[in-house]
Design a protein around this ligand. Structure first.
Ligand code: GPV
Length: 820
């Protein structure tokens, strides 16, 4: 395809044939889902050619390659994105039009592959897009979960989780690679056997259970450059010959156990975002995909090289948070026990190969596995970590003699726990945070001891997003307008957006720009009407907060402020008020009670306010069900205001903030995460900043918090809103429904401070900022300038820039070039 090669008639024929051969149907008879399959297979044909060409090139050039290890890849739908990156979207749309098929409708038939929770998983997907587009050899390595992120239904205001059987009809873009299947072993014990020939101890795992890891490859297409990289996700199967063997030996139970283990391991993505749950199955998942990926990587490396001591010259492994940190010990295990390296040699290779990205400072997200669980499940891996820990502690002691407090703080194994972040930092040759502020907090607070001892490892890589999906695909109207004004260079070089700055004083350009936003708001309004049954006014301010539901992200602050505005309008019906639509979208982890209460509260407030005729529709509240990549694209395009209101210091970066900016929505936010850098790029006058600084928050936290009672009893508007949580206003008279939320603000319970996230502390400042938003929006042209400045200044936030920095500072990859 790749446009110049695209042959329309042949493509149409192919689609028809696919429908005939797959379903014995004509186009007219086929269902939407069947047409999606047929079109995707036709597209895949072309992809395969370039995929082969890329692999041949890699064979020939033997470039240094990055393996991006991640428990999550939140890819979103593939069809539209693949067409865009093949630069064939418009041609295919035309071809399908001629067949009476609407490409948008076909795209909507694709299940949204949701093998990720939120920001971390979506970042991995954006990175793969940028790596291919910049022409760098890369594998994504992950798990082929049978069930991805749950689908969210809202019933009676409550979140209900529905399983996401995304593979039900098959995935047309994947290819199963049986030839690369690998065995992964769990449990049992380790026998130590002295080998008189090599004069070494051999460590032999016995009485283990094992599963077969089978990879499925998905193509990752670079934009317009014919490069096709690979996302390799692993499925688990029972090892059948072993099964029979065990069966014959009468060990039926063991055989069945292995069968079950295989089924369980890849069954479901854990829906916890930024939160460590300590589940044994999760540790199994981690070891499963890490062991399989590393085994396959070594086989691939050894095809061309006979000295594994030089692995790091051709291979680098990036660990997406601590979830893949077992890679450290598994690589040591393979190098020592399989490749015969000495400890020091293996350690030298490992510590030149693995690098670690930290995505949070939230204590509850830190992975700390209980030693008994860990050593039972991964006996050999545990031994290796013990040895890494022993040697590391020796180093700490010699560097800081007598400082046992420091040893205790820095140890990898301590208090019966294995601390995965410590392992990742000790072994990693690079440790990076995901926004400048976040990296500074890591260096000077959370990881201070490690920074003291090894400052050279620490670096920052501010996150980014791909403009191919979040502008070209999600917002075609704006994408075409930008291209008309400044050419299409921005597609692979987002810094060119700065050329739009000259249009902020061009009334005609501004009018067009505003009209596009209006059209996008109409599109979202239709979506809301269709899925929520709520009429919203596309001329109202679309004020949007979409992201995972988390206390630190403070959706609660947002909805409390809505309750406050509602009180004001009720008290002063004559008061001027610019109509506002507050739009929320958020999934809560299934077991996160307070997050679920917040969803219920938002829906209850929506019910009351949306049905109150007396306010003349001045406020509408919409909770969009099942927020996910596909509807996110529609939502960003339509937003006027981007709510980024996390408690300062808590949001490592945020990436939604960048997607809003790219689509022309100014940030209403705290000085947290990447917001800081967004403001730096766009100018403070084109954002609405409020609240405590991260220093202030950290200061309060280090000194026992603050006292919300001082605010609650002194600010009557705030007290009224907080009291409305328990006076039945939003719960048909039920005073208990929101008691826990109320308590979280004003009462200390147990370990937990009242108002841990400084909601009341920041409330006034937030309300003021909201007032400034309203004032600014009244000046329609002034607002359009701010919005356009956001688009014009978003260049830094392309994941292309982020990836180039990873390549320059950490990975040092070689380029690949694929000829058409
Ligand atoms: I740790 N993040 C996430 O989505 N899930 C996690 O388990 C962890 C972190 C997020 C952070 O919360 C965001 O601030 C950040 O932008 C994103 O990771 C990507 O770095």
């Amino acid at each position: 395809m790749y446009s110049k090669r695209f042959e329309k008639e042949a493509f149409k024929e192919e689609v028809k044939n696919n429908i005939k051969n797959l379903y014995r149907k004509t186009i007219e008879e086929a269902t939407g889902r069947q047409i999606f399959q047929a079109v995707s297979l036709a597209v895949k044909e072309t992809i395969i050619d370039y995929w082969l060409a890329t692999q041949a090139e890699m064979e020939k050039e033997d470039p240094k390659t990055v393996y991006y290890m991640s428990m999550e890849f939140l890819m979103g739908r593939a069809l539209g994105n693949n067409l865009i990156n093949m630069t064939a979207y418009k041609e295919v749309k035309e071809a399908l039009d001629e067949m009476g098929i609407d490409l948008n409708a076909v795209e909507d038939e694709e299940p949204d592959p949701a093998l990720g929770n939120g920001g971390l998983g979506r970042l991995a997907a954006c990175f793969l897009d940028s790596l291919a587009t910049l022409g760098y050899p890369a594998y994504g390595c992950g798990i082929r979960y049978r069930y991805g992120m749950f689908k969210q239904k809202i019933e009676n205001g409550y979140q209900v989780e529905v399983p996401d059987n995304w593979l039900k009809d098959g995935n047309p873009f994947e290819i199963r690679r049986d030839e690369y299947a690998k065995e992964v072993r769990f449990g049992g014990d380790v026998r130590i056997e002295y080998d008189p020939v090599t004069k070494r101890n051999n460590f032999i795992q016995e009485n283990y259970s094992s599963v077969l890891a089978v990879p499925y490859d998905m193509p990752i297409i670079g934009y317009g450059n014919h490069v096709v990289n690979t996302l390799r996700i692993w499925d688990a199967e029972a090892i059948t010959d072993f099964h029979l063997d065990a069966f014959n030996r009468g060990d039926y139970r063991h055989a069945v156990e292995q069968e079950n283990l295989a089924k369980m391991i890849v069954d479901v993505l854990y829906p916890c975002d930024d939160h460590y749950a300590g589940k044994e199955l999760r540790l199994k998942q981690q070891y499963f995909f890490i062991s399989a990926s590393l085994q396959a990587l070594l086989v691939r490396y050894k095809k061309k090289h006979d000295d594994v001591r030089k692995l790091h010259e051709k291979v680098t492994i990036q660990m997406n948070d601590t979830h893949p940190t077992l890679a450290v010990a598994e690589l040591m295990h393979l190098l020592i026990d399989q490749e015969g390296l000495e400890w020091d040699e293996a350690w030298d290779v490992t510590t030149k190969t693995v690098a670690y990205t930290n995505h949070t400072i939230m204590a509850e997200a830190l992975e700390k596995w209980p030693v008994d669980l860990f050593s039972r499940l991964l006996p050999r891996i545990y031994q290796i970590i013990q040895e890494i820990d022993r040697r590391f502690i020796e180093q700490v002691r010699s560097r800081y003699p007598g400082d046992e407090g420091r040893v205790a703080r820095m140890a990898i194994i301590r208090d019966g726990q294995v601390k995965m972040a410590h392992l990742a930092i000790v072994a990693g040759y690079s440790v990076n945070g995901v926004a400048r502020l976040h990296t500074e907090i890591l260096k000077h607070e959370e990881l201070k001891d490690f920074y003291d001892m090894m400052p050279e490892k620490f670096n920052n890589k501010t996150n980014g997003i791909t403009q191919r999906r979040f502008l070209m695909h999600g917002n075609p109207l704006l994408a075409d307008w930008v291209t008309k004004r400044i050419g299409d260079g921005w597609i692979t070089d987002l810094s060119q957006m700065s050329r739009l700055k000259k249009y902020v004083d061009d009334p005609k350009a501004l009018a067009e720009f505003r009209e596009i936003k209006y059209q996008n708001k109409l599109r979202l309004a239709e979506y809301i009407k269709k899925y929520n049954g709520i009429e919203v006014d596309p001329r109202s301010i679309f004020d949007v907060q979409v992201k995972r539901l988390h206390e630190y992200k403070r959706q609660f602050l947002n909805i409390l402020h809505v309750m406050y505005l509602y009180n004001q309008i009720k008290d002063h019906p004559e008061m001027y008020f610019y109509p506002r639509t507050f739009i929320f979208g958020a999934k809560a982890a299934a077991g996160y009670v307070r997050a679920k209460e917040t969803i219920k509260l938002i829906n209850s407030v929506a019910d009351v306010i949306n049905n109150d005729k007396s306010i003349n529709g001045k406020i509408k509240v919409v909770f969009i069900e099942d927020y996910r990549v596909s509807n996110a694209e529609i939502i960003f395009a339509a937003a006027d205001v981007s709510e980024q209101i996390s408690t300062a210091s808590k949001e490592a970066s945020g990436t939604g903030n960048m997607k809003f900016m790219l689509n022309g929505a100014p940030t209403l936010g705290t000085m947290d995460g990447a917001n800081v850098e967004i403001v730096e790029e766009v100018g403070i006058e084109n954002a609405f900043i409020f609240g405590l600084s991260s220093d202030e928050v950290i200061n309060f936290e280090n000194n026992g918090g603050y006292n919300p009672a001082d605010i609650y009893f002194n600010d009557w508007d705030i007290k009224r809103v907080v009291d409305q949580l328990i006076d039945g206003t939003y719960s048909n008279g039920d005073r208990e429904m929101y008691r826990d939320l109320y308590d979280s603000l004003v009462n200390t319970h147990g370990q937990e401070r009242a108002d841990r996230y400084f909601i009341l502390k920041d409330f006034r400042s937030y309300a003021d900022a909201q007032k400034r938003v309203e004032e600014a929006y009244k000046d329609r042209e002034g607002w359009a300038k701010k919005a356009l400045m956001n688009v014009a200044c978003c260049g830094k936030f392309s994941s292309d820039r982020t990836i180039q920095e990873y390549v320059d500072d950490i990975w040092h990859l070689d380029h690949i070039k694929v000829d058409a």
